[in-house]
Design a protein around this ligand. Structure first.
Ligand SMILES: Nc1nc2c(ncn2[C@@H]2O[C@H](COP(=O)(O)OP(=O)(O)OP(=O)(O)O)[C@@H](O)[C@H]2O)c(=O)[nH]1
Length: 599
């Protein structure tokens, strides 16, 4: 047990790529927490996919021992927080488990949208904040300008900002000293009833469910009978430990400490993040204020390309869900795609990560249907239904009105691209809320329908600003609008996986664009194929794919057998990724590509 005054708990907040993981690695390494030879780059990014994509998904934690200049030994607990917009909920939950934050800003780039979003969460959690200007080894570093920007835009004092190169190690010692001197020690009472915050939980193949806890009051020991205050579930603690970053078993955890427990918990779902853990007997009376629950906002269908792999897909999805309480799923059948699952995600990146893992780790090829947000349908009889899938839209005569989720989007962009960004937001039914300047960069705030953002807004934003814009969003609630379901018919057969919700005023334009796209995406067949978009029974757009006359290989010159064989092999490989709809085969990429909107 460590004395409270010798503990410092902190997190690092930063925009993506500003160097958070590199700094964390350097802090761990320089304190000898991990031997140099064991040091892998980006130690905290555990999973392969994270490493490949360079993003941090699961909040991780590490305990660092540090002997400070004052001669005292301190325990520094770092909780790593993810930087991407989809994972904002994980940032908020881990913030409440610590007292301070290092605010890392790339001194060649300056403050970005996620810097703001994350630092506001730290401010909300009453953190002491130490600004760190990173990448000072680069010639383009401009510390004075960035410090000024931190003061102007965020409004925190940056006079004592630490100048660091996480890459070369400059300023690392200063950072450790600042953690000890400038961040507050935690408070808590050893003799009070146990109150431990459930910060995170995940499934481990050997140990079962592992729960990350922060002790607020009291002491947690091995063998204790504990109770989760929200779910009322009771368990016996069979293991207690800390991360260094490898697991190390300890006897107990006291106030201010962060560590893990295992307690024969079967599923991650049984551990509610934000719940308060107390002792079963003589426990705390009141729970800690809960965290924001993480609710899925984007839904899509996942179907196996090869329908005989349905059971394998079920197995893969169940395993992934064990480890990710924010990912939801239920079985779905589609006339066109057969058996599959309707899955809920926190955002598009979350969707992509799960889909990649199923394809890669479980070797199942998937068809992903168009992502959709959750609509609220108000029926004439007063009932409210949640619509997760446009294909389930009830009979319109019974519907009174529909509401869609809206977000508040904050975009930071260099002045010269501002016009394009405003146009993009306007085209996506955005309502401008604010426009201000920080130096030569504009900060715009828009109220936008989430539906217009989930799909390819981020890609479009990057492309119209040549990658210079940064973006972050928060859900703000539901609002009514004139929304309709648009269906797509291929060769007169409705393809439910292609139906989408659109705004009535944009339906024709979207319908036309979609039919044109599908015409390019669907290969020609031996017969003519009409492609139509319709609202209710009314066709609003139509294209016709003309019939194929000759064998594709007939075009090849002479007797080039290799080329001919290659073409046939390609066709065969392509066929695997096709689905049969009536007499028509539609390639898998059509389901996503058809919905990309070129504004
Ligand atoms: N030159 C230089 N490069 C750095 C420094 N710190 C980090 N980098 C590089 O910047 C890139 C991003 O660093 P990361 O540590 O992965 O950034 P991050 O903020 O953790 O990003 P996410 O984990 O994806 O949120 C990497 O290529 C690092 O090698 C630095 O001090 N100097």
């Amino acid at each position: 047990m460590t004395e409270l005054s010798k503990i410092r708990n902190f997190s690092i907040v930063a925009h993506i790529d500003h160097g958070k993981s590199t700094l964390a690695d350097r802090l761990i390494q320089s304190t000898g927490t991990v031997q140099d030879r064991d040091m892998k780059e980006q130690l905290l990014d555990a999973m392969d996919i994270e490493r490949e994509r360079g993003i941090t998904i699961k909040a991780n934690t590490v305990r660092i021992d540090y002997e400070a200049d004052d001669g005292e030994r301190y325990v520094l607990n770092l909780i790593d927080t993810p930087g991407h917009v989809d994972f904002a909920y994980e940032v908020s939950r881990s913030m409440r488990a610590v007292e301070g934050s290092l605010l890392v800003v790339d001194s060649t780039q300056g403050v970005e949208a996620q810097t703001l979003a994350n630092v506001y969460q730290a401010i909300d959690a009453d953190h002491e904040i130490v600004p760190v200007l990173n990448k000072i080894d680069l010639p383009a570093a401009d510390c004075d300008r960035v410090a000024e920007q931190i003061e102007d835009v965020i409004g925190i004092d940056a006079t004592d900002a630490i100048r660091v190169s996480a890459k070369t190690g400059i300023g690392i010692k200063d950072t450790l000293e600042a953690i000890v001197k400038r961040l507050p020690a935690p408070t808590g009472e050893r003799d009070a009833p146990l109150k431990a915050m459930l910060v995170d939980s995940w499934y481990d193949a050997y140990l079962g469910v592992i729960v990350l806890v922060r002790i607020m009051d009291g002491v947690l020991k091995k063998g204790d009978q504990i109770k989760m205050m929200q779910t009322n579930a009771r368990y016996g603690v069979d293991r207690i430990g800390v991360f260094r970053p490898a697991m190390q078993v300890v006897d107990e955890l006291g106030p201010g400490e962060i560590g893990f427990i295992t307690a024969s918990i079967k599923q991650v779902r049984d551990t509610k993040v934000g719940d308060t853990i107390t002792h079963d007997k003589k426990g705390a009376e009141t729970a800690l204020p809960g965290f924001k629950p993480s609710v899925p906002v984007v839904f899509c269908g996942l179907f196996p390309v090869d329908s005989s792999e349905f059971e394998d897909l079920r197995d893969a999805i169940e395993k992934l869900a064990l480890n990710d309480a924010s990912f939801s799923y239920e079985m779905e059948t589609s006339a066109a795609l057969g058996f599959g699952f309707r899955c809920g995600f926190l955002g598009l990146l979350h969707l992509e990560v799960i889909r990649d893992r199923i394809e890669r780790e479980y070797n199942i090829e998937l068809i992903t249907t168009a992502p959709s947000v959750v609509y609220h349908i108000f029926m004439k009889d007063g009932e409210m239904l949640e619509l997760h899938n446009p294909a389930d839209m009830p009979d319109l005569s019974k519907v009174d009105h529909l509401e869609e989720p809206r977000i508040k989007a904050t975009i930071l962009v260099p002045d010269e691209y501002l016009g394009d960004v405003l146009k993009l937001c306007q085209d996506r039914r955005g309502i401008q809320q604010d426009l201000s300047y920080a130096g030569s960069r504009a900060m715009v705030v828009y109220d936008l329908p989430l539906n217009e953002v989930v799909f390819d807004f981020y890609d479009r934003l990057k492309s119209v600003t040549k990658g210079y814009a940064s973006f972050d969003y928060q859900m703000i609630g539901y609002r009514a609008d004139n929304l309709v379901k648009m269906s797509v018919l291929v060769n007169d057969e409705p393809v439910d996986a292609l139906s989408t919700m659109v705004h009535r005023d944009r339906a024709e334009q979207r319908g036309r664009a979609m039919c044109e796209k599908l015409k390019d995406l669907i290969p020609r067949h031996m017969f003519k194929i009409p492609i139509q978009a319709a609202i209710g029974g009314k066709v609003i757009a139509r294209e016709t794919l003309s019939a194929l006359r000759k064998d594709v290989t007939a075009k090849c010159y002479g007797g080039d057998a290799t080329r001919k064989r290659k073409l046939l092999e390609k066709q065969k490989a392509g066929k695997k990724k096709m689905r049969q709809f009536g007499r028509v085969e539609i390639p898998q990429e059509a389901f996503i590509s058809a919905l990309k909107m070129d504004d």
